[in-house]
Design a protein around this ligand. Structure first.
Ligand code: PLP
Ligand code: 3DJ
Length: 405
């Protein structure tokens, strides 16, 4: 398969972009769906921001380097990647915090309704943020399996909150159909795009979505703890009221008035002082993804994951696939079920093949299309086949659970 992989890399229209990423020697990185790889340009940009903008410019940089405009500027660059108008997206806070703000805002827009509907097994933070608002008496959490969500949309539902690409299985929800169903029931919809943004095309405006959030550190390559993003459809801008009414979301923060007056548009989602270092790093990652273009990224992502499956077949490795077999129905990952998934994952990491494990038995491989090569895929499968054949995963050292998996 190696020769075939090399031929496919040679014909890959995205092949030049791998060199834009600082991939460590001897590592095959199939975990960009958890933490994206460092773009080479990030270090230079950070040095410029730290030494020049902060070191030399000091407080003047809020104006001279337009630090104050950074959340909107980076949001505007993320917007086309998720099918949104530029002034409907802002980069700020974490995905969890943005979920809190937008769930609360949606509840306020549907007085008399308290139910926030989601699915069991959604990413924990999404469920926990609903539970947090429930504990405050502001929301009521309702969970319905994915094939029953439409049935659970009754007149009590204020908000449907779903993760577009499931973090464990990679399954994709039909955004257009579910948004329509929610609206027909009088509910609003909030999409978590953490595993979609920068990997597969999303049409927030086209689907009529109300709200969205997503991570900056996965396919957008913003670095560990990068700021997240939040989207509010244009039609909700005037009415949106979010509860974290910090001074940076004020219409005129430097008027220092005693009373809160929300900024126009998505600016009112800001709370405290924006993290300039994190936003600057995120801008580099987003620009790179935007330059490649989401359609080309998605096409390569599908080709990579399909090639992974072909290599598995060729190697005679039979693992239970839990992701949809149709690449159009999944995000940029493949997940397999195995009772010893944790130890297998550790044995692969020891060989330099970094995928990840999701409790209790999922082995997950992400194919960040901007930098993963077909050769990476062929080699990863060769290592996986060897780990399974030799039983090397049975070594004690591969069974000890680390704090972060
Ligand atoms: C679907 C989803 N939502 C939210 C998060 C977490 O977001 P944050 O840590 O930025 O709050 C993650 C990953 O950590 C995720 O996969
Ligand atoms: N955010 C993470 C972290 O701080 C440590 C380890 C993993 C993460 C992740 O992003 C996990 C990821 N959302 C997932 O899909 O599993």
């Amino acid at each position: 398969m190696l020769a075939q992989a090399r031929a496919r890399d040679a014909a890959d229209p995205l092949r030049e972009y791998r060199a834009h990423f600082a991939l460590p020697e001897g590592v095959i990185y199939l975990d960009g769906n958890s933490l994206g790889v460092l773009p080479k340009a990030t270090a230079g940009r950070m040095a410029g921001v730290v030494r020049g903008e902060w070191g030399e410019g000091l407080i003047r940089s809020w104006n001279s380097a337009d630090w104050i405009g950074l959340p909107r500027r980076v949001g505007g660059r993320i917007a086309p990647l998720v099918g949104a108008a530029p002034d409907t997206v802002i980069a700020c806070d974490s995905t969890s915090i943005n979920l809190f703000k937008l769930i609360a805002a949606a509840l306020a827009m549907r007085p008399g309704r308290k139910v926030v509907l989601s699915e069991p097994g959604n990413f924990p933070t999404d469920l926990y943020m609903i539970a947090g608002l429930e504990a405050q008496g502001l929301a009521e959490r309702r969970l319905a399996p994915r094939d029953r969500i439409a049935d659970a949309l009754d007149g009590d539902v204020a908000l449907l909150l779903l993760t577009h690409v499931h973090y464990k299985t990679g399954e994709v929800f039909d955004m257009a159909a579910l948004t329509r169903a929610a609206h027909e029931a009088g509910a609003l919809v909030l999409w978590d795009l953490s595993h979609s943004a920068g990997a597969i095309p999303v049409e927030l405006d086209g689907c009529g979505a109300d709200f969205a959030v997503g991570c900056g550190y996965k396919y957008l390559n913003g670095g560990p703890g990068a700021p997240a993003f939040a989207y509010v459809a244009q039609r909700h801008h005037a009415a949106l009221e979010q509860p974290l009414t910090g001074w940076m979301g004020h219409a005129a923060p430097f008027a220092f008035s005693d009373d809160y007056q929300p900024a126009p548009g998505v600016g009112r989602l800001l709370c405290g002082t924006p993290p300039i270092l994190g936003l600057s790093a995120l801008e580099v990652g987003v620009d790179l993804v935007a330059e490649i273009g989401i359609e080309r990224l998605a096409a390569k992502s599908r080709a990579l994951s399909e090639f992974f499956r072909t290599c598995l077949d060729q190697a005679g490795v039979a693992l239970e696939l839990v992701s949809p077999p149709d690449p159009m129905q999944r995000g940029s990952q493949l997940s397999f079920r195995h009772p010893e998934a944790y130890a297998i994952c550790q044995a692969l990491i020891a060989r330099g093949v970094i995928g990840d494990f999701r409790d209790p038995d999922i082995l997950r491989f992400g194919f960040a299309p901007a930098y993963v090569s077909f050769e990476d895929v062929a080699e990863a499968v060769r290592h996986l086949a060897e780990v399974l054949e030799t039983g090397e995963w049975q070594r004690d050292e591969f069974r000890e659970r680390a704090a972060v998996t």
